[in-house]
Design a protein around this ligand. Structure first.
Ligand code: DGI
Ligand code: FE
Ligand code: FE
Length: 190
């Protein structure tokens, strides 16, 4: 596989309609950001297209597949099934969709929690996931959308801040990496 058109056809079969539409939104948003920041456009599109490929199955099935493929899950991940699709997705991108570029695989792996000192491609996918045109409007979204094209580190900071406060309000447990991303980018002053 590893050809955008082929991957797109396969994902159309694998994903629910809304998830597929979101995926296409992330792919084109990642492409625009790659244009803005001089990143490889095809890599950004491939990562955007595949970022949620792990969501083809419900959470319980995702856990079962991780065990089957020997992917170890941290305690926090078992407690927070929303995080598992990123790890499973990076694995499937490599094994099923035949993506061998490690940067693309890492952009998929870190798209949900982010991480400190992300590569440009990782930041692009992390943000494109949040700002793609199909996302439901929430307070602060237009600020992240505009910052994504003007000051990408500030955009990551605001995006992770909003995710944290949303998780805190809804009383869900928070992965240490989600916090570290916010702390790191809140100290990046540019
Ligand atoms: O897969 P998507 O819905 O497109 O977006 P995503 O992969 O960014 O996030 C999926 C969900 O994961 C989203 O509701 C935010 C949530 N999330 C991010 N960090 C954490 C988290 N959930 C928990 N419980 N803990 C986290 O640290
Ligand atoms: Fe996701
Ligand atoms: Fe997504």
């Amino acid at each position: 596989m590893a050809d955008l058109e082929k991957i797109r056809c396969e994902l159309k079969k694998q994903l629910k309609k809304e998830r597929y539409i979101h995926t296409i939104g992330v792919m084109y948003t990642a492409a625009s950001m790659a244009m803005r920041y001089g990143e490889d456009i095809e890599k950004a599109m491939t990562a955007g297209l595949l970022h949620d490929c792990g969501k083809f199955a419900p959470a319980g099935e995702q856990i079962r597949l991780c065990k089957k493929y020997g992917l170890s899950l941290k305690e926090s991940e078992v407690e927070m099934p929303a995080l598992i699709h990123a790890k499973l997705g990076a694995y499937l991108a490599k094994e099923t969709y035949k993506v061998c570029d490690g940067e693309i695989l890492n952009a998929i792996l870190y798209h949900t929690t982010g991480r400190p000192d992300m590569t440009m491609l990782e930041k692009i996918v992390f943000l494109a996931d949040y700002i793609e045109p199909g996302r439901k409007m929430i307070p602060g979204l237009s600020d992240v959308r505009s910052l994504a094209f003007t000051n990408i580190d500030r955009a990551v900071c605001l995006c992770s801040k909003q995710t944290l406060s949303y998780l805190e309000k809804s009383g869900r447990s928070i992965d240490p990496m989600t916090r570290e991303t916010f702390l790191y980018y809140s100290e990046q002053k540019k």
